[in-house]
Design a protein around this ligand. Structure first.
Ligand SMILES: *[C@@H]1O[C@H](CO)[C@@H](O)[C@H](O)[C@H]1NC(C)=O
Ligand SMILES: *[C@@H]1O[C@H](CO)[C@@H](O)[C@H](O)[C@H]1NC(C)=O
Ligand SMILES: *[C@@H]1O[C@H](CO)[C@@H](O)[C@H](O)[C@H]1NC(C)=O
Ligand SMILES: *[C@@H]1O[C@H](CO)[C@@H](O)[C@H](O)[C@H]1NC(C)=O
Length: 325
């Protein structure tokens, strides 16, 4: 059985309960892990427990590309991000609990946050209510981190990237290369290589001349998009990327999101979202992905949980009287 390891409290409660109380049921949560992690790691299991401890009865789906945890971890380094997002969209669309929920909440760790934004912009079936990202390089990484001497995994992929980042081969196989974003020092704009060949980020951030309007429309339909940045992050370079800011390596200045065309011309719906109070910027202490239970619980309490927290979502839920969960 595919999902046999996951408790399914939502299914049992909703089947037996009249629809009037369905709005007390927490929305399901999608959880997308970061680079090198897997959907079944101790860390991810701990997060699942913490979500369920904060909002009892929450169905949490740790996203996986492979059922075998080590293959799933490998898929966080290697693969074509377009295909990976499409596969997850399809998995969610045929999942009995997720697909019949009125909306989902989502929690993305580091690169997992970019992928979840991919779900929100490209698929959104069902739509997301809250998208919460921790340490996610939404504006890409512009430098590959220095690897520890013994970290052969890190060395392997940074080595592969330094030479041929924009080749079709690297762009279709190495995940971090697909959200690498460099600036051409001569023009101060993203490099031609990035604009032409970035397999994921240039598309997702609508940086090409032809914009996909669906992306902006879908993202603006979120209720909250919450971006947590780590104050002392040195893994995501530059860390300002975690708030969609742009870092100019020539003069070392950070241009905040709201001063960028991405926002001002609303390429992906962030401005629309901001205008309805849906954009939330948070800073938490510590280095990359130094997650504290207390801050996580606070986030889960505020942004996840029962649908009735939002009246219009609650209305959606009660309209779904004939939903067969
Ligand atoms: C825009 O994105 C949607 C969702 O992924 C896709 O179905 C559509 O084909 C895209 N449109 C263009 C013009 O690329
Ligand atoms: C990644 O996969 C998509 C969809 O299958 C394909 O259109 C695209 O060309 C691939 N990317 C690269 C860089 O090969
Ligand atoms: C980055 O800084 C350089 C040097 O000050 C400047 O010429 C360039 O226009 C800046 N780029 C952007 C995008 O602001
Ligand atoms: C509730 O959700 C709807 C639909 O996503 C959104 O338009 C609205 O702004 C939200 N309300 C609050 C109070 O956040």
């Amino acid at each position: 059985m595919r999902h046999s390891t996951i408790a399914i409290p939502l299914l049992t409660t909703t089947l037996a309960t009249p629809i009037s109380t369905v709005s007390d049921t927490p929305l399901p949560v999608l959880l997308w892990h970061g680079l090198g992690d897997s959907y079944a790691s101790d860390g991810i299991n701990g997060i699942v427990a913490l979500i369920q401890g904060t909002n009892p009865g929450t169905f949490v789906y740790p996203i996986r590309l492979e059922e075998d945890p080590s293959a799933d971890s490998r898929a966080s380094f290697f693969g074509n991000a377009t295909d990976q997002i499409a596969k997850v969209c399809a998995d969610i669309a045929k999942h009995p609990i997720l697909s019949s929920a009125p909306a989902l909440d989502a929690l993305g760790f580091s690169q997992g946050g970019i992928f979840l934004r991919g779900y929100a912009q490209r698929c959104a079936k069902p739509p997301l209510r809250s998208l919460v990202t921790f340490g996610t390089p939404h504006n890409g990484i512009s430098e590959f981190q220095n690897c520890a001497d013994t970290d052969w995994f890190c060395k392997g992929w940074t080595g592969a990237l330094k030479t041929n980042t924009w080749s079709a081969n690297v762009q279709s196989h190495v995940i971090p290369a697909q959200y690498y974003r460099d600036i051409d020092p001569a023009t101060g704009n993203p490099s031609d290589g990035y604009i032409e060949s970035s397999n994921l980020l240039a598309d997702l951030n609508n940086e090409r001349s032809i914009k996909n309007k669906t992306y902006a429309k879908n993202l603006a339909e979120l209720e909250k998009f919450v971006m947590y940045e780590f104050a002392d992050d040195v893994t995501v370079i530059p860390k300002a990327s975690e708030w969609f800011a742009e870092y100019n390596e020539t003069n070392m200045q950070v241009t905040p999101l709201k001063k960028r065309p991405l926002y001002k011309e609303d390429w992906i719906g962030l401005k629309a979202l901001d205008e309805k109070d849906g954009l939330v910027f948070k800073t938490v202490p510590g280095g990359h992905m130094q997650l504290e239970d207390k801050m996580l619980r606070e986030a889960f309490k505020t942004y996840f949980g029962p649908a009735r927290k939002n009246k219009s979502l609650a209305a959606l839920v009660s309209k779904g009287e004939n939903l067969e969960l």
